[in-house]
Write a new protein. Structure first.
Length: 311
């Protein structure tokens, strides 16, 4: 089967975008994996499927589905939402500057700005463990500002359990994470995030700690693991290890979660610049039940078509 696609990126977080507004492609998990494969397919962190608004919905312009490069469907993607806006406008699917889109579990309001950036109303964050879901039973906690931090152990017993389950068995041999305690703030931005503050984001061992946190059994559906260095009250450096995708050059929902976690701990102001390996994102959160606003770039890389296997 041959399909058309558009390759896009937002702050280095890259996507294969599919137009399913007229007809669904009904791709299999293996076909999503093929498209995302950087050696045999197109290559992407995630696949975005742009679809018509749900039947009977009011004031919603589109819906879309998001699949990680492991083929699994996920709830939400901030950088993908910005690319979504650029795609539907470039393709002539809408002329609106303000677009409402239905994701798996929430409606997003997206705003194209005159300077080519896109602002996304990411909705209000949630902090109750069940919203992630996250099981805090029996964990040590500490208060930081109004935030509750949970102390997780990434140690030998956890590594042994991973080996028994056959998951990431290579990590069993990592000595420097044995019996390592890590404090995290948990935030739901429509998808689950665990945020840990580090002294130096560039030198922190994300390659090892990231997958251990992202697959921790306390998170029933996995978690996106964010590692935040606070430069000052208006600037942070962030790296995110995404569940099902690995470390990406940027993560929009991860940037929102990190800033929210920092504000709740009294460490950040309401408007923060987030520096990622892929570029700069601007996050604005006024606290409480207010929505998190994210602004950043969205770029079309190229358009093409590809033959995908019937698997």
């Amino acid at each position: 089967m041959k399909i058309k696609f558009t390759k896009m990126q937002g702050a280095g977080n890259d996507f294969v975008v599919l137009d399913e507004t007229r007809a669904r492609l009904h791709l299999s998990t293996a076909q999503y994996q093929f498209l995302a494969d950087r050696h045999f397919g197109v290559g992407a962190d995630q696949i975005l499927s742009v679809r018509a608004a749900p039947v009977g919905s009011q004031d919603i312009d589109f819906s879309y589905a998001i699949h990680n490069n492991d083929g699994g469907e996920v709830e939400h993607c901030g950088n993908g939402a910005r690319c979504f806006v650029r795609f539907v406008r470039d393709q002539g699917l809408t002329t609106k500057d303000t677009i409402k889109v239905q994701t798996m579990n929430r409606v997003l309001t997206l705003q194209a700005t005159p300077d080519g950036q896109v602002t996304v109303d990411m909705g209000a964050p949630r902090f109750d463990p069940i919203s992630l879901p996250f099981d805090p039973a029996g964990l040590a906690i500490k208060q930081s500002g109004i935030a509750t931090l949970y102390i997780l152990v990434l140690g030998d017993k956890y590594l042994e359990n991973q080996a028994v389950a056959g998951v990431n068995t290579a990590y069993v041999a990592i000595n420097n994470v044995a019996n390592c305690n890590i404090d995290i703030a948990v935030v739901s931005m429509g998808n689950p995030h665990a945020v840990h503050i580090v002294n130096n984001a560039e030198t922190f061992d994300v390659a090892h700690i990231g997958p251990l946190l992202a697959t921790h059994p306390r998170f029933a559906r996995g978690v996106n693991a964010g590692f935040m260095q606070i430069v000052n009250r208006s600037n942070i450096i962030l790296r995110v290890y995404e569940r099902g995708a690995g470390e990406t050059l940027a993560c929009g929902t991860g940037a929102c979660a990190a800033v929210v976690a920092g504000i709740r701990q009294g460490l950040l102001d309401s408007k923060v610049n987030v520096q990622t390996h892929g570029g700069l994102l601007r996050i604005d959160w006024q606290g409480g039940d207010s929505a998190v606003m994210m602004t950043g770039p969205a770029t079309k890389v190229f358009e093409s078509e590809i033959e995908i296997p019937n698997v």
